[in-house]
Ligand binder design. Structure first.
Ligand SMILES: N[C@@H](CCC(=O)N[C@@H](CSC=O)C(=O)NCC(=O)O)C(=O)O
Length: 276
């Protein structure tokens, strides 16, 4: 891992690392915020997964998460949202290809060669971070939109691996909405049975661990009715008796202005779980 950026921030350090990913077969950038507490000992980690069109930069430049990570003594690790590079398959649309990895392991050509974001986030990235940086193996996970989908799927599929999970404006039903259907058809193929392993609603029905979900959703989100559908998450959680706190935030849209407004509450939620 090579450190390519290093900025003092809220008493700690905002850094960017670059590394060769064996899982993705390309060079990846990862943003890491190390709070001041990491100077004296190891700290727990919140993994943040961003949404469509994002890189590792969006959350660290737009959300203000560092203020709260510094207060609570939590490291933030924010990977890019897909494999990258000239040799990596891409598409001219913003919601497919580079910047739109959907946190799945692709099985279809040409995507399967590099688009293995599920394995990257669950295994390779934490192994790398825990081997090289002053962090513990206590992990939480959160994300926005496509990244909210990724965070919930990853937590649900890996009982015991995360202390807490939360999401902003998540795509709760990728198997039922246009963004998810386009991505899953391309990356996973036309057999919809294979899609279910990446569907939050399907996973909630059979989850081994009932880790409480904290979700914030703006009522003026431009993608609310067509792509996000939080009411389906409420129904699935009620049916499975899965604990859910869904905060509908009046007047907020899909942007990082919304995330910046409530990221402090999410950090407090994760800090509590990580301190137990
Ligand atoms: N019309 C936009 C669509 C892209 C967009 O809104 N991306 C969101 C995430 S959407 C779901 O995953 C985002 O986080 N954008 C980056 C930001 O900093 O706001 C477009 O064409 O870009």
């Amino acid at each position: 891992m090579e450190r390519i950026e290093h900025h003092a921030c809220f008493g700690g350090w905002q850094e960017i690392y670059q590394h060769e990913s064996t899982t993705l077969g390309c060079t990846m950038n990862v943003a890491v915020y190390l709070p001041p507490q990491a100077e004296k000992g190891r700290v727990p980690v919140l993994y943040w997964l961003s949404g469509l069109t994002c890189t590792e930069q969006n959350v660290i430049t737009k959300s203000g998460v560092q203020r709260y990570a510094s207060e609570h003594g939590i490291a933030i690790v924010a990977p890019d949202t897909s494999p990258r590079g000239e040799k990596v398959a891409d598409n001219h649309l913003y919601d497919l290809g580079q910047g739109a990895g959907f946190y799945v392991n692709a099985t279809q050509k040409p995507w399967a060669a590099n688009y293995q974001m599920y394995d990257y986030v669950v295994q390779e990235l934490p192994d790398l971070i825990e081997a090289h940086l002053p962090v513990t193996q206590e992990r939480s996970i959160s994300g926005h939109s496509m990244g909210g989908h990724g965070a919930m799927v990853i937590a649900l599929r890996n009982p015991g691996r995360y202390r807490s999970v939360s999401a902003f404006s998540p795509i709760v039903a990728p198997t039922q909405v246009p963004w998810g259907q386009k991505a899953f058809e391309s990356y996973l193929g036309s057999d919809r049975e294979t899609w279910k392993q990446y569907g939050t609603l399907e996973l909630i029905a059979t989850a081994e661990e009932r880790l409480p979900l904290l979700v914030d959703q703006g009522t003026r989100d431009e993608f609310l009715d067509k792509q996000l559908k939080p009411e389906l998450l409420t129904q699935a959680c009620e049916a499975a008796h899965h604990p859910l706190t869904l905060n509908m935030r009046t007047g907020y849209d899909h942007s990082y202005y919304f995330i910046a407004s409530f990221i402090g509450e999410h950090l407090a939620h994760h800090a509590f779980a990580l301190s137990q």
